[in-house]
Design a protein around this ligand. Structure first.
Ligand code: DGL
Length: 271
């Protein structure tokens, strides 16, 4: 048995490519369709109601483009506020990034404080503290909104003094017993070297991309949805500026994507 249908993946912009990359590495036989809502990025500064509407628009747009077997919400902000609405509205399984991110943090945490870096929307939702405590974390959770990091990443500004100073400012005042920092935004792994350099060596730095891919793999196996055939197909869709994603594809996805291979689509405005 092989299920040829692709896995849908969406994010507000290019950050979700970090999750797509992990998926493609763990599940090389699976086809994927990625949608970056680059016309409406960032989501992190918007209200929960707006992000929920955008997330439903994106899911409908992907389903109009392809007969999906599962949907991955490769955006912490959308996962934090729209996962229940997506699951209620869609007939396919929907996987978010927050629970896998929390699990990745728990695997490293030695009982100290877990610091969550995320967008204002993710921090306000308190989705990470809820997920971490549900997984049995007994220590504190300290969440910090880092609104300047997404524009830096979307610009491909990943090294040098400007990102370093911004990151140092956001990490200032971190509790002294912090032992784990979670990159609670799918854009942030691109700034991993800058974050790593700004943190004491004893602090683990984690993100949920690999754990999300593992969750998808488990789900496909469990439900008999896996694809077992050569030649998977991958499509990349954006709602604006295809050349921007093409330009960043080497860094984000590990492959060069010509601008002509990135499709420009209109998002379906019906929820
Ligand atoms: N990459 C997204 C996240 O994981 C959102 C970034 C944004 O659009 O603000 O939260």
């Amino acid at each position: 048995m092989t299920d040829e249908r692709p896995i849908g993946v969406f994010d507000s912009g290019v950050g979700g490519l970090t999750v797509l990359r992990a998926l493609r590495e763990l599940l090389p036989g699976e086809s994927t369709v990625y949608l970056g809502d680059t016309a409406r990025v960032p989501y992190g500064t918007r209200s929960a109601a707006t992000v929920e509407k955008y997330a439903l628009n994106n899911a409908r747009t992907l389903l109009q483009q392809a007969d999906l077997k599962a949907l991955v919400v490769a955006c912490n902000t959308a996962t934090a506020v729209a996962l229940p609405a997506l699951r209620a509205a869609l007939r396919i399984p929907v996987v978010g990034v927050i629970e896998p991110g929390a699990r990745a943090a728990m695997a490293e945490c030695r009982g100290g404080t877990i610091v969550v870096l995320g967008t204002a929307g993710t921090v306000r939702s308190e989705a990470y503290p809820r997920a971490l405590h549900a997984l049995g974390h007994k220590g504190d959770v300290f969440a910090r909104a880092c609104p300047l990091l997404v524009p830096l990443v979307e610009e491909g500004w990943l090294s040098g003094d400007i990102p370093r100073l911004v990151v140092e400012e956001y990490l200032r005042g971190m509790p002294s017993d912090t032992d784990t920092v979670v990159m609670g935004c799918t854009h942030y792994p691109l700034l991993r070297p800058v974050l790593r350099a700004a943190l004491p060596e004893r602090v683990a730095l984690v993100d949920g991309a690999a754990a999300t891919a593992t969750e998808v793999a488990g789900l496909l196996a469990e439900r008999g949805l896996a694809r077992a055939a050569p030649g998977p197909l991958h499509r990349l869709l954006v709602t604006d500026a295809p050349e921007q994603l093409a330009r960043l594809s080497r860094t984000f996805l590990g492959v060069d994507v010509p601008a002509g291979d990135v499709e420009l689509v209109d998002v379906l405005m019906t929820a």
